[in-house]
Design a protein. Structure first.
Length: 211
């Protein structure tokens, strides 16, 4: 069965494919399907944006669709940039400018605590969606380090580690990241269901992971 990854971000698509390994599933991405609508991510929460992306693209494509919405929450900034992480320094998304703005906002600030959050939403072709979420706590350093990954990776050191996400490389990052955790829960919650190639979610939904 085909499942649409509701993203055009090559990095995210690769991370999702690496983590959410389902035999018998052929992943296609929004980049492979021209003509799908652009979704304006104007929700106030990661949940709202993930559900909006998944349901819009599922209904438009007639496929099951998996979307994620993610971002960085910085304690001393009242959880900013949050849902505005991609465009923190303005349109269009510019990772270097976002990192520079974050460093300026935290100049002289002792409390460097931050966390990445990710919500994954899976929608059936009728537009019925379920979500799971993951978080990764850490702190923001003062000078960028590392070249792997994307976004705020060069500034973020996860708790219990000395390297930034950008120094760790994909495999080590995926094992602990917000997206890795959300996708692991996604696989636990929806893996068996998707392996049976259903046409839609069962009545009453699938049990949450751990239930
Ligand atoms: P989204 O594409 O709307 O989910 O926005 C995600 C934005 O949050 C990205 O453009 C990055 O700025 C930030 N972000 C999310 N996940 C990560 C990550 O794994 N590493 C670094 N930055 C991330």
């Amino acid at each position: 069965m085909k499942i649409l990854i509701a993203s055009r971000n090559a990095h995210k698509i690769r991370e999702i494919r690496e983590i959410f390994a389902l035999p018998a599933v052929e992943w296609v991405s929004a980049a492979d399907m021209p003509g799908l609508p652009d979704v304006e991510e104007d929700g106030d929460t990661f949940e709202a944006n993930a559900v909006l992306k998944a349901t819009t693209l599922a209904k438009a494509s007639g496929l099951w669709a998996l979307a994620d919405d993610s971002g960085l929450e910085v304690a001393a900034l009242g959880n900013a940039p949050g849902v505005h992480s991609a465009r923190y320094a303005g349109e269009p998304c510019d990772h270097a400018a976002n990192n520079a703005k974050l460093l300026a906002a935290l100049d002289g600030v002792a409390d460097r605590r931050a966390r990445f959050r990710c919500v994954a939403a899976l929608s059936d072709p009728s537009g019925r969606a379920e979500t799971v979420s993951g978080a990764c706590p850490g702190h923001i350093i003062e000078v960028r380090r590392g070249t792997a990954g994307f976004g705020y990776d060069p500034l973020f050191v996860p708790d219990g580690h000395d390297q930034t996400f950008a120094e760790m490389g994909d495999e080590a990052k995926n094992a602990i990241s917000h997206r890795g955790r959300a996708m692991t829960l996604a696989q636990r919650r929806w893996g068996a269901l998707l392996a049976s190639a259903p046409s839609r979610f069962p009545e009453g939904g699938t049990p949450p992971p751990g239930a």
